[in-house]
Each structure stands twice: as structure tokens, then as C-alpha cells.
Design a protein around this ligand. Structure first.
Ligand SMILES: NC(=O)c1ccc[n+]([C@@H]2O[C@H](COP(=O)([O-])OP(=O)(O)OC[C@H]3O[C@@H](n4cnc5c(N)ncnc54)[C@H](O)[C@@H]3O)[C@@H](O)[C@H]2O)c1
Length: 195
């Protein structure tokens, strides 16, 4: 047995001991070919979950999921999550990991990453709403800003910037963004953050 298989086995055992199992459920993993997403796909497939992996391979690697391709309970959909997508089958959980996570890529692909993190979460929320599924959203420690070193690693309770805060922040920056992108940005929410 290889190291990865051993690790996946031990993760599954540990989850089972904690009573956490997605066996028999259908889970959509966006960014499922990425670093974290592919581990999640591995564990879910091993638990007997039906896994739908959506990825555009912008930073994910085909080899991360190659061993899963032939399995009956795994399906790959090559797609950019910032574009709408619809599914006929049942979906119980949407795990949203489709976002390039490297600061080097933030500098090289700012607009694609902005789209994955705004339109992508909007698409993921739409799928979750349509299927009455739970949504698991992954983010990054960047949402905490620049915490005092005393608060690293940073607890979830630390000055949390919610998605609403981020959207609100984008709204206040709308004119700058419109100038930058040469287009008109419309938001349907009237929520404005305290600055
Ligand atoms: N790696 C970590 O240690 C870590 C820690 C905390 C949080 N996170 C968060 O978890 C998420 C995933 O991180 P990761 O390290 O696995 O990154 P990653 O770059 O390895 O994976 C991201 C995956 O999403 C895919 N993707 C990106 N944009 C897409 C789009 N528009 N449509 C479809 N697929 C798209 C990429 O191809 C890739 O497979 C990120 O939001 C990251 O901030 C990562």
C-alpha cells in the first residue's frame, strides 16, 4: 500500500470514529483536482460517496485525480465555476474549493481569481439552493487581514470578514473596479459595510 493510500485510509478511519461519513451521499467538489480538493475527493470516494468533481485545471493537476477517473462513484466535469452550470442528479453537499491559492498566482491572474471568488461562490450557492444542499466554503487566512502575531494561527472568532463584508467592501470600491474593468457592475444587495 502506498503512502497516499495509507493516509487516505487513516483519514477515513479517523472520520468514521468521529461519526463523520458521507457514505451514500452525493457531493459536488469544486476545485476537486487541486491540492486540498483532490484529498477531499480521495477521502469521499473511499467513504462510498458519489463524487462530482468540477475543475478547470487552472492550477489543479490531472495527475491528482487520475487514479479516481475509472471509479464508478467519481465523475469529472471540466468547467469554469465562474460560469453557470446545472446538474440533473441529486446533490447533498457542495464543497467549494475552486480558487487558486498561491500569492504568485494572485499577481498573475487577478481577474480570473476575482471571478472564481465572486461569480464562483454565486454559482456554488445557486447549485446548493437548487438542490437544497449544504454548502461548505473554504477560504484563506487572508480574510483575517494582518493579525497580530499573538493571534497566529488565527481562531475562527478573530475579526471575521464574512462574505457579506467582502461583497460590501467590493461595493464601496465599485467605481474603482468599473474604471479598471471598463464595465458597469451591478449589485442587487443594498447592504453597505461600516468602513
Ligand atoms: N492549501 C492550503 O493550505 C489552504 C489552507 C486554507 C485554505 N485554503 C483554501 O482552500 C481552497 C483550495 O486551496 P488549494 O490549496 O487546494 O488550491 P489549489 O490551487 O491547489 O486548488 C484550487 C483548484 O481549483 C481549481 N479552480 C480554480 N479556479 C477555478 C474555476 N474558475 N473553475 C473551476 N476550477 C477552478 C484549480 O484548477 C484547482 O484544481 C482555496 O480557497 C484556498 O484559499 C487552502
Amino acid at each position: 500500500m502506498g503512502i497516499v493510500e495509507e493516509d487516505v485510509g487513516s483519514l477515513v478511519r479517523s472520520l468514521n470514529e468521529q461519526g463523520i461519513s458521507f457514505e451514500g451521499q452525493s457531493v459536488l467538489v469544486t476545485g476537486g483536482a487541486g491540492f486540498l480538493g483532490s484529498w477531499i475527493c480521495d477521502v469521499l470516494v473511499k467513504q462510498g460517496t458519489h463524487v462530482i468533481c468540477v475543475d478547470n485545471f487552472s492550477s489543479g493537476r490531472r495527475k491528482n485525480i487520475r487514479h479516481l477517473r475509472a471509479l464508478e462513484n467519481f465523475r469529472l466535469v471540466e468547467h469554469d465555476v465562474s460560469q453557470p452550470i446545472f446538474f440533473d442528479e441529486e446533490i447533498d453537499v457542495v464543497m467549494h474549493l475552486a480558487s487558486r491559492a498561491s500569492p504568485f498566482e494572485f499577481a498573475r491572474f487577478p481577474i480570473q481569481i476575482l471571478k472564481a471568488n465572486t461569480l464562483g461562490i454565486w454559482v456554488a450557492l445557486g447549485i446548493a439552493k437548487e438542490h437544497k444542499a449544504r454548502l461548505v466554503y473554504t477560504s484563506s487566512s487572508e480574510v483575517y487581514g494582518d493579525p497580530d502575531p499573538k493571534h497566529v494561527p488565527t481562531p475562527e472568532t478573530y475579526r471575521v470578514m464574512s462574505i457579506l463584508w467582502v461583497l460590501g467592501h467590493v461595493m464601496t470600491k465599485r467605481r474603482e473596479l468599473e474604471r479598471l474593468l471598463s464595465l458597469h457592475i451591478g449589485f442587487s444587495t443594498g447592504w453597505i459595510p461600516e468602513s
